[in-house]
Write a protein that binds this ligand. Structure first.
Ligand code: CP
Length: 361
């Protein structure tokens, strides 16, 4: 039985297979209308969401299944101090599959190690958001015809933007893909993503603070919101919040077939006037998210049916326990009393926490 914690849990072939299923659902929705009859999806959202939660729920309903869950931590027993592990064990008694969002980095991994049903990471703090990446991949595939030879600009909050971290991980596996990282210095891509994703894969990348300079070279522009809720220093957020605004004027120097993506929600980083430009694909991207989540639910339930044994991600003999402590206050290690500190040496020799991927010393 498998879970989806990080998009690289799936091979390139598996991602193509999900895209193929999603395309088939788009063409033949009736074929799938009872595919999950009798099955239940639990949506455990400890953080706000519009698209991810509702598209998961719509996905399960369109597959003929049912949904249950909560949309804020205060209405769950987490507010009384229940651990992620206990929550996962209990919800496994009521549902066949779980989609979970939490501000705690590594929360979905902890849940997957304790649930007896598949767990889908619907966003864990500033760490990963793999199902957003599934939506991004289907959009890029349908708009650009594939993934090789694309230059993608990632613009905005690359430090806290978990959708960027997950998309870079996915794109790092295709040929001749380039990344242009557009951010203020304070919000640049974390070193662990640079080392473990870009440098490890050999993906060509450049960093710039100028959207105007970058835009002419791009096949895809991935705009992101400055993530107010992740800033410890609110003055810094106020200083950086208007760093980038994509306007009709700035688009004049872009390729005619450039595709504009945004995981949404948007604050002010894309002018609403851009919505009428044929290159604006972000609302289509939100729709495609539902189809990819349908394909994902089908895959994980099929696999759980075939093999009910939980995948043990901690069976890896290279995991080192208790010798090094993760100091990330947002990591699951910091709030989940029962967790042992666990880290693993990455290929460049740096020790990283297995929950949040931050360097440990
Ligand atoms: N893109 C995304 O995750 O949106 P929500 O926060 O509304 O789920």
């Amino acid at each position: 039985m498998r879970s989806l914690i990080d998009v690289t849990d799936f091979s390139v072939d598996e991602l193509y297979s999900l895209i193929h299923t999603a395309n088939d659902i788009i063409e033949n929705p009736k074929k799938y209308a009872e595919a999950c009859k009798g099955k239940k999806l639990a949506t455990l959202f400890f953080e706000p969401s519009t698209r991810t939660r509702l598209s998961f729920e719509a996905a399960m309903l369109e597959l003929g299944g049912s949904v249950l869950g909560f949309s804020e931590a205060s209405s769950s027993s987490a507010a009384k101090g229940e651990s992620i592990a206990d929550t996962a064990k209990v919800v496994s008694c009521y549902a066949d599959i779980i989609a979970m969002r939490s501000p705690i980095e590594g929360a979905a991994l902890v849940a997957s190690q304790n649930a007896s049903v598949p767990v889908i990471n619907a966003g864990d703090g500033g760490h990963c958001h793999p199902t957003q990446t599934l939506a991004d991949l289907l959009t890029i595939y349908r708009e650009k015809g594939g993934f090789d030879n694309l230059t993608i600009g990632y613009c905005g909050d690359l430090k806290y933007g978990r959708t960027v971290h997950s998309l870079l991980g996915a794109m790092s596996r295709y040929k001749n893909v380039k990344a242009v990282l557009i951010s203020p210095k304070e919000l640049s891509l974390p070193d662990y993503v640079k080392h473990d994703v870009l440098e490890k894969s050999g993906m060509e990348y450049q960093e710039t603070a100028s959207l105007e300079d970058a835009i002419p070279s791009l096949d895809v522009l991935y705009m992101t919101r400055i993530q107010r809720e992740r800033f410890d220093d609110k003055d810094e957020y106020e200083r950086l919040k208007d760093s980038y605004v994509l306007t009709v004027q700035k688009l004049q120097s872009a390729k005619e077939n450039m595709c504009i993506l945004h995981p949404l929600p948007r604050v002010n980083e894309i002018s609403v006037k851009v919505d009428d430009d044929r290159r604006a694909c972000y609302f289509k991207q939100a729709l495609y998210g539902k189809y990819m989540r349908m394909a994902l639910i089908l895959k994980l339930l099929d696999e759980a049916n075939a093999n009910a044994v939980r995948e043990d991600r901690f069976a890896d003999k290279d995991i080192i326990y208790d010798t090094h402590k993760c100091s990330n206050p947002k990591c699951a290690c910091a709030s989940q009393q029962e967790l042992r500190h666990a880290c693993k040496r990455s290929e460049n020799g740096i020790l990283r926490c297995v929950y949040c991927d931050k360097e440990v010393r």
